[in-house]
Design a protein around this ligand. Structure first.
Ligand code: SF4
Ligand code: SF4
Length: 175
């Protein structure tokens, strides 16, 4: 039977997690590590130990910003951002769900905006997120200032080839 480590490695399509020798350079540079339940190299260790339930139920995988600071610091090019993506997908597919549900809602609003026009529309994305999360009032006071500084466009920007973007979504959905 396939181990948890093998299942994650198969989806990462890159340097296998066995390459990690736990020097902790990734965790030392990670901007969200202080807020994580387990720091990034600890997550790798837990995967190596087969602790699937603990990993998929942790908030850590939802707090990763995909900033890729970790891979730039890693002497072995272990792609932790990609690993966190894989773990989030596994958590959803296995029915565990998101330990940080609003992060998942923001993620969905972000992808819906890309799918619609090929680019982010901050205004629409924020409305979408607020409606989904029910968090209607926080940060509202910032909106006028952002609008005046041109950070919230009323008309959504679109790429020239929206169909190509939709095809990418369809292809990844069928995999
Ligand atoms: S920097 Fe790379 S080798 Fe070091 S602990 Fe992190 S993932 Fe492992
Ligand atoms: S990609 Fe995630 S784990 Fe890596 S440094 Fe950024 S926030 Fe931390």
């Amino acid at each position: 039977m396939e181990t948890f480590l093998e299942a994650v490695n198969k989806k990462i399509h890159g340097v296998p997690l066995q390459a990690c020798y736990h020097c902790r350079k990734c965790s030392a540079g990670c901007p969200t590590a202080p807020h994580m339940e387990y720091n990034p190299n600890k997550v790798i260790k837990m995967i190596q130990n087969g602790q699937k339930d603990k990993v998929l139920n942790s908030s850590t995988i939802w707090l990763c910003l995909s900033c890729e600071t970790c891979i730039t610091r890693c002497p072995n090019q272990v792609d932790i951002a990609r690993m966190m993506d894989v773990l989030r997908q596994m958590a959803i597919e296995s029915g565990v769900g998101a330990h940080e549900p609003n992060v998942l809602k923001f993620h969905e609003a972000f992808l819906a905006s890309i799918k619609r026009g090929g680019r982010i529309n901050e205004m629409m994305m924020t409305v979408h997120y607020k409606l989904k999360s029910g968090d209607l009032l926080s940060d509202v006071a910032m909106a006028p200032g952002m609008f005046l500084k041109g950070k919230l466009a009323l008309l959504p920007p679109r790429t020239k080839d929206v169909k190509a973007v939709k095809n990418i979504f369809e292809k990844t959905r069928s995999k």
